[in-house]
Every structure is written in structure tokens, then in C-alpha cells.
Design a protein around this ligand. Structure first.
Ligand code: PHE
Length: 522
């Protein structure tokens, strides 16, 4: 593994600070902000979700961001831009670099299914512009597109595979152009467009009135539901799990991807302010923009109760890919444009995130095996194609959910716990704190030194434990069942043993169905 003292060797660096912040914000702002957040919020009591969510951001999200930026910039000074090499630099033990391998594994495997969803958004831009959804309802179109209507489980859905290939090619091409001409460029174009499209859709949606055709409720009812904080969520462990899970996913922490971007900084470049800004931009986009499109528009046409029912599973796919395109048909000539804007926004959100999953893999091949950038990009593309191919072909068989849980949820939490412990206890919190504050343009409150050392690891441990033993019926129901009949316990134990797939903070619809199957079985 390449090591050695900090070298003055010529290496890639970010072009501008604006470019850097946009790229890191683009990394974090993804499909999670516009689909997963609103669905998770709607499913977990709207404003009741917001309070644990914001607390998780402050006690877990922000500290993890700082830790990851610090590990990344530190590793970068030794020529490491992917986590195995960086982790080897945090202490003497040989096993440290193997912890870092998590940061490659997750990126590669998450990329496989993430790029697939990203490719759906591209297909939907095309079909929105063509007016496909005026003639064919998305509820008919989507299963056919995915090949879920085909009884032969290994049949290839050609259109979906074609869009997947096109999306991957674009990712590989951008990655092969290098940090500034690829990643930074995509963020500089994609982020402003995404914000613009989002603003147009939010304004158009929020201006819907009950006099407009098809509107049954004011969109503000939906907005209020998501935004009005309610203390009740504080006492519900399931809400905490969902909120913490969303913070992980949306900030892209526990992936090795933030580390990689930070590794392209110079030794005295600020990290405290950059990390805080990128995290805050992500939260702004998630809560403000993400909260004002999907739920308010759907509420206006369907009513709040139906919207909540439609978000069962918490992925937002149903509302985003099935419901919204139908509702845009009510908007006359603007309908196809609105559809293209919605899916275009999702596409830009997606691609700036998938590039962030590819870059660490590229960097690993470049740093440790001296592979040329273009070849490394191709390597990432091929690996994603192989893994993603499985998801495309076997989607109806539930491969997608398996990927999502093990790579998109479970390993993120394990990796984050390991890194915060290594940073606070092996690298040492004093050194760590000094590293974080080196060249800082923002003074971090000193109590965070203790938060990073004690509170964040404990917080993650509780989340991990909760995610593993969460009963299928939900904690509060299980507790009340337990108290009233004593039945909750046996049921939850039986379920977590026989059907661990139900124990996930980030349930998608198939998974929820599986967990329902499980609860009926036990
Ligand atoms: N944060 C991204 C989202 O919200 C997902 C992501 C995870 C991106 C990990 C990069 C790395 O969709």
C-alpha cells in the first residue's frame, strides 16, 4: 500500500472553494432528499419526525461529517484518497486499513443500485417530455419498464437496461475527466439547475388552490404536516431509528465518500466551515425543498390520509414515480415540463451523488495500484455494471432490497461507529481536535470534543442495536402489546430471528411487505 511522508508530488486538487462546496453538497444532496426524506417524514408522523431528525443531525450527523473530513484531509497528505490507506494512517495497528475497506465496499455496492434508480429518472425525463404518461398511467408503465410483470425472473428489461447503461457511461465519462473537469463541473451545472427546478415546482405546487381542477385539499396542509414540529416523536424509538437512518443516508456519512472528497484538500485548507456549510446546504435542500414538493402536491390532489398510506415503506418511490407523473397531467401544457423538471432534478441529485461513490473507488485504484484515471473509471463502471446488472435482472426477486439493507444501511452504521471510535480513541481526540481546527475558518464549540468522543459513538451504538432488534410491529406497539398481553416479546424475538430483513430503519416497500409476511407468520 502506498505510504510515505507527506509529499509535495503533484496531485489532484479542487479547482475553487465554490466548486468544492457544490461538489460536496452535490454528494450529499441526492435522491434521499427528495424521495426518501418526505416519505420517511410522512410515515413517521410528519413534524414528530422532525425533532429526532434535527437532534440526530446535531449529535451524530455534524460530528461524523467533521470526523470524516478530518480523516480525509489527513490521509490525503500521505497520498491516500480512499479510506483503506487513510485508516492505516490513524494508528499503528495493521487492522485499521481493513476497517477502511468498508469505505470502498459500500460505495461500490450502493452505486450498483443507486445508478439504477438514477437511470429510471433519466428514462422518466424522456417519457415525461414525450407525453407518455398522458396516455399510459405510470402504474402500468413502471412495472413493465422494470420487468416486474414478466413471469420469467431472469428476463432482461431492455429499456431499463439501456438507460442504466447510458447512465453508467455518463458517470464513467465524467469520472475519467478528473476531479475539476468531471465531478466539479457536474456539480456546478447540476446543483443550480436542481435548485431552480425545485423552486419552480415548490412554488407552483404551493400555489395550488382548492378551486383548481382536481384539488381536494390545500397543499399547505401537507406542508404543515411535515414542518410543524411535534414533541411526540421524542418518545417513540421507531421515530428515532427512522430519523437517525435518514441522517446517515442523506449526509452520505459512513460511506468513505466524504473522506475521499476531503482528501483532495491541502493541509491547511479549512474543513470546519466547509463541512458545516455542505451539511447545512444539504439540510436546507432536504427539509425546505424536499419537504415542499412531493408531500404538498400529492396532498393537494389526494388528501393527507391517502398520501400517508402511499408512503408506507418509506422509500418515496411510489409517490415519486407513480403518483406525481399522473398528477402533473392536471397541469395542462406545463405538465410534461413539470415532469421533466421533477425527474431532471432527481437525475442531477442522483448523478452528483453517484460520482461521489465512484471517486473513492477510482482513487483506490489510482493510489494503490497506480492505475491510470481513465482505466480506473472504466474499472468502476464495469464493476457497477456487473453488480448493477444483478439488480436490473433480479429486481423482481428482491435483490434490490438486499443490497439496500446490507450496503445502504447496515454497513454505513458499522463503518461510522468504527471510524468515530478510531478517531476519538486511537488517533486520539486531542490530536483529532487539533486536526479539525487546523486552518479552520470557523471556531467549533469545544464541547463537541466530548460529543465526538462519547456521545456520538453511544448514539450510533443505540441506533445499531435498535436497528438489529427492532420488532416488526414497531417499538411503541410492541411495548403496549407487551404490557397488555405479554405477546409483543415472543413475537418480536421470533421475528427478528426468522426474518431479520424486517429489522431495518430504511424499509422499502418490498421489505415492508416481507416484514408483514413475517409478522403474519409468527
Ligand atoms: N446522500 C445521498 C442521498 O441523499 C446518498 C449517498 C450516499 C450519496 C452515499 C453518496 C454516498 O441520496
Amino acid at each position: 500500500m502506498a505510504s510515505g511522508p507527506p509529499s509535495g508530488a503533484k496531485k489532484e486538487q479542487w479547482g475553487t472553494r465554490v466548486g468544492l462546496v457544490l461538489a460536496v453538497a452535490g454528494n450529499a444532496v441526492g435522491l434521499g432528499n427528495f424521495l426518501r426524506f418526505p416519505a420517511q417524514a410522512a410515515q413517521n408522523g410528519g413534524g414528530a419526525f422532525l425533532v429526532p431528525y434535527l437532534i440526530s443531525f446535531v449529535l451524530m450527523g455534524l460530528p461524523l461529517l467533521w470526523v470524516e473530513w478530518a480523516i480525509g484531509r489527513h490521509g490525503g497528505q500521505y497520498g491516500h484518497h480512499s479510506s483503506p490507506g487513510m485508516f492505516a494512517r490513524l494508528g499503528r495497528a495493521r487492522w485499521l486499513k481493513y476497517v477502511g475497506v468498508f469505505g470502498l465496499f459500500t460505495n461500490l455496492t450502493v452505486a450498483a443500485y443507486y445508478c439504477y434508480i438514477e437511470s429510471w429518472t433519466l428514462a422518466y425525463v424522456w417519457h415525461s417530455l414525450r407525453g407518455t404518461f398522458e396516455a399510459t398511467p405510470p402504474t402500468t408503465f413502471f412495472p413493465e419498464y422494470l420487468g416486474t410483470t414478466n413471469s420469467d425472473i431472469a428476463a432482461i428489461p431492455y429499456e431499463a437496461a439501456g438507460f442504466f447503461l447510458a447512465t453508467l457511461t455518463l458517470n464513467v465519462w465524467l469520472l475519467s475527466r478528473g476531479l475539476v473537469r468531471g465531478v466539479e463541473l457536474a456539480a456546478k451545472i447540476g446543483m443550480p439547475l436542481l435548485l431552480g427546478f425545485g423552486a419552480v415546482l415548490a412554488i407552483k405546487g404551493l400555489l395550488l388552490g382548492t378551486g383548481d381542477p382536481g384539488v381536494v385539499e390545500s397543499p399547505l396542509v401537507g406542508l404543515n404536516f411535515v414542518w410543524e414540529p411535534q414533541a411526540s416523536g421524542l418518545f417513540n424509538p421507531s421515530t428515532w431509528l427512522a430519523a437517525a437512518g435518514q441522517i446517515f443516508f442523506t449526509l452520505s456519512v459512513g460511506m468513505g465518500s466524504i473522506h475521499c472528497y476531503a482528501a483532495y484538500l491541502r493541509e491547511r485548507d479549512d474543513i470546519a466551515l466547509n463541512a458545516t456549510t455542505a451539511g447545512t446546504v444539504n439540510e436546507f435542500v432536504e427539509v425546505i425543498l424536499g419537504g415542499s414538493i412531493l408531500i404538498p402536491i400529492a396532498t393537494a390532489y389526494l388528501g393527507l390520509a391517502a398520501v400517508q398510506a402511499a408512503t408506507a415503506g418509506g422509500s418515496g418511490f411510489g409517490l415519486g414515480f407513480l403518483t406525481l407523473p399522473t398528477l402533473f397531467n392536471q397541469w395542462g401544457w406545463f405538465g410534461p415540463i413539470a415532469g421533466a423538471m421533477w425527474f431532471g432534478l432527481l437525475f442531477f441529485a442522483g448523478i452528483t451523488s453517484s460520482l461521489a461513490m465512484g471517486q473513492p473507488v477510482l482513487a483506490f485504484l489510482q493510489d494503490e495500484f497506480k492505475v491510470k484515471r481513465e482505466k480506473a473509471a472504466l474499472g468502476f463502471g464495469l464493476a457497477t455494471l456487473l453488480l448493477g446488472g444483478l439488480v436490473v435482472v433480479l429486481y423482481p426477486g428482491g435483490t434490490f432490497d438486499e443490497f439496500d439493507f446490507w450496503t445502504g444501511t447496515f454497513s454505513l452504521i458499522v463503518f461510522a461507529l468504527a471510524e468515530v471510535l478510531i478517531f476519538g480513541w486511537i488517533f486520539g481526540i486531542d490530536r483529532g481536535w487539533a486536526e479539525l481546527n487546523k486552518g479552520a475558518d470557523l471556531r467549533l464549540p469545544s464541547f463537541y470534543k466530548y460529543v465526538i468522543k462519547y456521545v456520538t459513538p453511544l448514539f450510533i451504538l443505540v441506533v445499531l442495536f435498535g436497528a438489529l432488534v427492532k420488532p416488526s410491529v414497531g417499538w411503541s406497539e410492541a411495548a403496549s402489546q407487551l404490557m397488555s398481553t405479554g405477546a409483543g416479546r415472543s413475537r418480536s424475538t421470533a421475528c427478528s430471528a426468522s426474518c431479520s430483513t424486517s429489522a431495518r430503519p430504511a424499509a422499502t416497500s418490498t421489505r415492508a411487505a416481507r416484514s408483514r409476511r413475517c409478522s403474519s407468520r409468527t
